[in-house]
Design a protein around this ligand. Structure first.
Ligand SMILES: NC(=O)c1ccc[n+]([C@@H]2O[C@H](COP(=O)([O-])OP(=O)(O)OC[C@H]3O[C@@H](n4cnc5c(N)ncnc54)[C@H](OP(=O)(O)O)[C@@H]3O)[C@@H](O)[C@H]2O)c1
Length: 256
């Protein structure tokens, strides 16, 4: 039982691993002996993160725009050249668009939907051959989808595409989990509350807004890298091998 949370020797892809929550998960994996591929569009920042994490373990950057299937195929083709199997896929890359309802544009809706929900489906589809090769009855391969508490309760801001996409991630997680279980692949999600990142920098950089946010969190703090890495490591390890189709809310008690 002592090695229940041991993920060393596994291989992972973390989309959006150059920044914020993806970088927190990638660091947690690399520090725990996982060979970790990270992907994002902006190559310089991606390479810099991979170099930083390569000082503690193995981290390989692959640049790709995952909002289109062509970018997803490019990423999976490059990983497939180096790997014959994959143990963990973290579908984390995401974006938001916040404007009042009367002004909400079609291109904003499509941008958010393409990366937040379409890419979760097609990343999983294109990674299936690698994931099928990675999973065993005892320790299935894992897909971990990053949803949001905004997909469960009203976000309190006009981010309509975002909340709809994240709600879709919670349901797609259940649907994929029940279909892929027979392939020895578990699919679970994490619905984060507030974590400091590029996406939340407007809230986290202003003392006044940060205080407002923290007041709504029973644990009276924002999420920290250890909170995110700990939950991802649990969902990637033998410890959670019988957890399938669920989204863990990780928000310091905020929506409870
Ligand atoms: N931070 C929070 O409080 C919070 C709460 C709930 C849920 N989330 C979710 O957590 C995930 C990560 O967000 P974050 O807060 O860490 O934001 P972030 O710091 O802005 O990170 C987003 C990551 O996704 C990548 N990305 C965005 N669009 C992409 C595309 N088209 N193709 C490939 N990569 C793309 C970004 O890199 P490039 O820009 O270089 O492509 C970056 O690495 C998102 O799904 C978000 O919805 C965050």
């Amino acid at each position: 039982m002592k090695s229940l949370f041991d993920i060393s020797g596994k291989t992972a892809i973390v989309t959006g691993g150059s920044s914020g929550i993806g970088a927190m998960i990638a660091r947690g994996f690399v520090e725990n002996g996982v060979k970790t591929y990270i992907s994002a569009r902006k190559e310089e920042r991606l390479k810099a993160k991979a170099e930083e994490l390569s000082e503690i373990g193995t981290c390989i950057p692959i640049q790709a725009d995952l909002s289109q299937v062509a970018g997803i195929e490019k990423l999976i083709a490059e990983v497939s050249e180096r790997e014959s199997q994959l143990d963990i896929l973290v579908n984390n890359a995401g974006a938001n668009w916040v404007v009042p309802i009367d002004e909400f544009p079609e291109d904003g809706w499509d941008k958010v939907m393409n990366i937040n929900i379409k890419s979760v489906f097609f990343m999983t589809q294109k990674a299936l051959p690698l994931l099928r090769a990675g999973g065993t009855q005892e320790d299935p391969a894992r897909v971990i989808n990053i949803a949001s508490i905004n997909g469960i309760t009203n976000p309190g801001m006009p981010s309509y595409a975002y909340s709809a996409s994240k709600s879709g991630v919670v349901h797609l997680t259940k649907h994929l989990a029940t279909d892929l279980a027979r392939h020895k692949i578990n699919v679970n999600g994490i619905a984060p509350g507030f974590f400091p990142s590029d996406m939340t920098k407007e809230a986290t950089n202003s003392d006044a807004i940060r205080e407002q946010v923290i007041k709504q969190i029973p644990r009276r703090r924002m999420g920290e890298p250890e909170d995110m890495a700990g939950t991802a490591i649990y969902l990637a390890s033998r410890a959670s091998a019988w957890v399938d189709g669920h989204t863990i809310v990780l928000d310091g008690g905020m929506i409870a």
